[in-house]
Design a protein around this ligand. Sequence first.
Ligand code: HEM
Length: 516
Amino acid sequence: MWDYVIIAVFTLLLIWVVKFVNWVWIEPKKMEKFFRKQGLKGNSYRLLFGDANEISDMYKEAYSKTLGLYDDVVPRVIPFISKTVEKYGQIAFAWIGPRPQLIITEGDLMKAVLNKYRDYQRSYDASNKIIRLVFGGLAHYEGDKWSKSRMKLNPAFHVDKLKQMVPKIQACSDDILNQLKNKILKDGSNIVNIVHYLEDYSGLVVTRTLFGAPFTPQMRKNFHILNDLTIMANAPSSPFNIPGLWYLPTEKKRKALAMEKEVRDSLLFLINERLKIRKLDGKRGQDLLDLFLDELYDIDTTTNNRVKARIIDEAIANCKMFCFGGFDTTSNLLVFTLITLAIHQNWQTLAREEVLKVLGNNDDITNDTLNQLKIVSMILYEVLRIYPPAFEISRVVEENTELGGYHIPKGILLQLPVALLHRNTEIWGEDALEFKPERFSEGILKASNGHAAFIPFGWGPRICIGQNYALMEGKIFVAQLLRTFKFELAPTYKHAPYAAFTVQPQYGAPLVFHKL
Ligand code: HEM
């Protein structure tokens, strides 16, 4: 009997060892040979860690120094990717542990990948389990499930719906600007780190306009927890990328699950409150939260509890995703807009003149007046070009395929560094690294010399669902701020954009405000 047990254990161990050696050495080396045979270039695979140590060293080195105000931020934000492309060309391979990835910076290929959403899918499953705690719902669905869900949610961001939101968003922006004024009066100092105010602004806008809910301290905390989870997942040294590690009871895993539960419980409360109201007034289709719960209103009361639980679970996943999607991205677009306008005072003056001319003494902003703010739009576009909050987009190859004349096997991770495409001098011209909003004066296509190479919100069918909403939110805040304050960089400001999940200022954004 014991003989059989020993043989079984030994066989299992042997299978595991063979699989491990295959994963850690044979497969990566085979893949490297396959890539090189096709003329692709990249670092040689190094056992188990691949490029991980080099990536980690590069980040340490990049983050140890600050930049000059006019320096390019890419070598600091994505040091490994920018070096790899510099060394090996527009399509290069690299290693995340034993996992190969292809870095693609050629614009047409990037767009080809993003256009084919069934052939190249989101990489959340492939990345790590913490990411899955945040990225659920629409952003995580694939194929038909995604297209059905996207069709259902699109109306929440339709232009007519957005027009109706203008007064509500303006009210959010006024609330935040009042807080800023009060802080300056109370402290007697006009130096403020604007990051916290802009985070509150984007959290407030999402909570009020998409979920029709109050921005409670717990709601504010939810946005930050989701953000922290993505940073935890994305840390260059994160152990979560090692297969199997998630199943061990590590402290990091316990912490991540507890953080997610706090958000989940709070969103469940929000959903239950909405369901109570709907039961009383019977109305529906008011906002995004209603669209998440739509299916629940349609089913009859005899439907089994498992179906209801599934719908609520998906609504929570979507709430988390939209909280994450609409928070850090928009607030960092605004953070870098204010930093940039503080550096380029001439553009601040031009934008203020435009705002005062278009809005005059009217307190209320309308969709029409927003459309007339051409200079403000040009500035937001130029900031999105230089500091795209999502500085890279990734996909996984679903089936063996051909791309740009290369054979790419199933399962390969594709990295598409948006920030590098936005700096390509062949597309944008020799002044690509300079802040020049005037390049957008005749529209986006003209700015990129006819190349369609401006993709801060992604490209193709899975382009950001909230792009117009985010731009409107940004324009309203910038307009209201310019009517209220002049501002410049505080002497303590250090220019140090870095890659958390989005591009952020490493040491905050202290600005000096002068009331107009
Ligand atoms: C400046 C602000 C924003 C930027 C730069 C941005 C950027 C992006 C990008 C690049 C993608 C595509 C990612 C990919 O293809 O893998 C995306 C998708 C998405 N974004 Fe945004 N985003 C912003 C604001 C928002 C806002 C305000 C919301 C919602 C409130 C939002 C919700 C989403 C969602 C749900 C998706 C997934 C769409 C899908 O898969 O169909 N984003 N965003």
